[in-house]
Write a protein that binds this ligand. Structure first.
Ligand code: NAD
Length: 456
């Protein structure tokens, strides 16, 4: 898209916001209802686009993209009105007599930048939260999933007035140009590398940001874990979208004593879920492009213990297990593909220390029957969020915030947390004419005593 066209959209959004059209929640609700209806209307087009970009099956597309987006809209339709009301808070005695409250106000013009791996859900969910809180949004979806980006553009144009929510298609150049403009809030989902650029650019305008980033998410398997069930849930979380999931278990970190048995359980589970020939399984997604395919292939050396077959024509790689240690190539960076390294520990204290010696992960999973072991990892490791005895499902709840910390992100969204992310709360004290005179000059010993009585 041409720069001039982008500037016109930015200007239109500024005017739209100043018009105050979305001040009333009832207007936001109408827009969200239209979005809900149009997602249903364009359901087939969305499935087709996800199939073309990532070979996602209809079931997987509904479960991890459409369904989650629809349920976020329903959540905001149900709760948004309440969230949009002023919140009374207790007034301290020193302010007596007065009322204190917070006014939820939209930031204004929001820029949402989304990635290619869940290209629909990771575009729609932030839009829903931003619109529910009264903002305008420019969405810049990923150029790497072009079919979904095109459907998103059509869907947004069908659902929102121009100036309220708009889509700018394009890649790095368009995104950089957008980042040079003065937005009131930037919401970015993508790599830690680009997240850093986004944050630096936002600083130029003092613009607050949410960064939803990536990293290596450890999946701890303790010797007390139910190995069959753990294998089932790890295989689900790891190979969903062929491992191209920010919260996928990046590697299994298991107790040395159960390693061999656990590997057998994972192998059996991969066959159960994907069949003996996953490359021929039509509902198994592919790598998004040749570049990602080549990166994954480079991990497949003599350390493969299961899987490892690739099909360059379809850009698919089998669910693969590799034996690794912390010095292996596969353990240096986020994998983001269907390759699962198995790394072991002998001692839980050391395992906690090892995890904490790496950048703070977006998610951490603990498989264990021992409450003590569960609590040890939950309390002593720093990470965004996670599950005990399951993987990735914590992101599928509008009641839980979702986000990372430090290298894996800043801020959260989903449900109430999402509403708050895009809201500035103005803190107000409303006073009448009655006055306590002790704060005014001239000061005296008595006034000093009274002030000390109130403020302690
Ligand atoms: P990416 O950072 O390459 O791209 C994300 C967006 O930034 C795209 O829209 C792209 O056009 C834009 N972009 C790319 N380079 C840019 C630049 N130099 N300047 C300005 N804009 C630029 O990420 P990706 O490859 O699309 O997604 C994969 C990454 O995203 C993984 O690291 C994954 O863990 C992470 N991710 C995180 C979450 C989360 O919710 N925390 C969700 C999905 C993906």
């Amino acid at each position: 898209m041409e720069n001039q066209e982008i500037l016109e959209i930015v200007e239109k959004q500024r005017m739209f916001h100043s018009s105050g059209k979305m001040r009333a929640f009832s207007e936001r609700k109408k827009a969200l209802k239209r979005l809900y209806k149009n997602i249903k209307l364009k359901e087939k087009d969305i499935y087709e686009a996800l199939k073309k970009d990532l070979n996602k099956s209809e079931v997987e597309s509904y479960m991890s993209e459409l369904g989650l987006s629809l349920s976020e809209i329903r959540f905001m339709l149900r709760h948004g009105k309440r969230y949009s009301k002023n919140k009374r808070v207790i007034t301290p005695l020193a302010h007596f007599p007065a009322k204190s409250y917070k006014i939820p106000c939209p930031y204004g013009n929001v820029l949402v930048i989304s990635p290619w791996n869940y290209p629909f859900m990771l575009s729609i969910e932030p839009i829903v939260d931003a619109v529910a809180s009264g903002n305008t949004v420019i969405l810049k979806p990923s150029e790497i999933s072009p079919n979904v980006s095109q459907v998103l553009k059509e869907l947004i144009e069908l659902s929102f007035e121009r100036g309220h929510v708009d889509v700018v298609l394009g890649g790095k150049e368009e995104c950089s140009f957008l980042l040079d403009q003065d937005f009131d809030y930037i919401f970015f989902t993508g790599s830690t590398r680009v997240g850093k650029i986004v944050r630096q650019k936002a600083t130029e305008h003092f613009t607050p940001v949410t960064l939803e980033l990536g990293g290596k998410c450890p999946c701890v398997v303790d010797k007390s874990a139910d190995l069959k069930l753990s294998a089932r849930r790890i295989v689900f979380g790891k190979f969903l979208n062929a491992g191209q999931t920010c919260v996928a278990p990046d590697y299994v970190y298991c107790d040395e004593s159960i390693k061999d048995k656990f590997i057998e359980e994972i192998k059996a589970e991969i066959i159960r879920q994907y069949g003996k020939e996953p490359l021929k399984n039509n509902s198994y997604p592919r790598l998004v492009n040749q570049k990602q395919f080549n990166v994954m292939k480079s991990f497949l050396k003599d350390n493969v213990i299961f899987g490892g077959k690739c099909d360059e024509g379809s850009l698919k790689i089998e669910p693969t297990l590799i034996e690794s240690d912390f010095d292996s190539e596969s353990m240096q960076d986020e994998i983001f593909g269907p390759i699962l390294p198995i790394v072991t520990f002998n001692n839980i204290d050391m395992a906690v220390k090892k995890i904490n010696s790496y950048p703070k992960p977006l998610a951490l999973y603990v498989f264990s029957k021992s409450e003590k072991v569960q609590q040890k990892f939950l309390r002593e490791c720093d990470f965004g969020g996670g599950c005990i005895n399951d993987t990735i499902i914590h992101i599928a709840s509008s009641k839980l915030g979702f986000g990372g910390l430090k290298q894996s992100g800043i801020g959260e969204y989903h449900g109430k947390t999402g509403f708050d992310t895009f809201t500035h709360y103005k803190s107000i004290v409303k006073r009448g004419s009655l006055d306590l005179p002790m704060r005014y000059h001239p000061y005296s010993e008595l006034k000093y005593k009274i002030i000390k009585m109130f403020l302690k």
